[in-house]
Design a protein around this ligand. Structure first.
Ligand SMILES: [Fe+2]
Length: 178
């Protein structure tokens, strides 16, 4: 199947040349949305403390949250023309961390939303040789490319636990990375 592999390498080279690693989004209600997501996180984790970096929410959990009336998050995604496909959150503590990785396909463009203690923590991207190509402090929501090596870097002065939500969509916001 070397043809398929060549095509894949070609496609990735195309993406690397023409796409940014991230794009910072303006969100007028960022604090309100973060507070709401934090409340949701507290509810979900009340009886089950997260013991891994990633927690994927199931359909019912996603539906329960999105059916809250007048949700600022829904209004914001509506204004961006995005329909949520999946929601997850990441927690960093002294014991839970992540290392450089590529997210599961097929999603390429996700939105990360900072919720708690994301100051002095950074999304960092690497090329295929492990050389850093981009970094951004996690202060605002971003669209990010998740199909190239990336990680979250935590400065020694950062406060833990750090919580961030991550969303992917039926219609990926790829145009924002061009
Ligand atoms: Fe990731």
């Amino acid at each position: 199947m070397s043809g398929d592999r060549d095509l894949y390498i070609c496609y990735n080279e195309y993406l690397n040349t023409y796409m940014k690693s991230f794009f910072i989004l303006d969100c007028d209600e960022q604090k309100k949305i973060a507070d709401s997501l934090y409340g949701y996180f507290v509810g979900i984790t009340a009886n089950q403390k997260p013991n891994q970096f990633w927690t994927h929410l199931n359909r019912k959990q996603i539906k329960d949250y999105l059916s809250i009336p007048n949700l600022e998050l829904t209004k914001w995604f509506d204004s961006l023309g995005l329909k949520i496909r999946d929601m997850s959150f990441t927690v960093t503590t002294d014991k839970i961390k992540t290392s450089p990785h590529i997210d599961e396909p097929p999603v390429i463009a996700k939105i990360n939303f900072p919720v708690l203690n994301t100051e002095r923590t950074y999304n960092v991207w690497f090329d295929e040789f492990g050389k850093e190509i981009d970094r951004v402090e996690c202060l605002k929501p971003i669209v990010l490319r998740s199909n190239i090596m990336h990680t979250v870097e935590i400065d020694d002065s950062a406060v833990l636990p750090r919580i961030q939500f991550s969303f992917c969509f039926y219609n990926e916001p790829l145009h924002l990375l061009k």
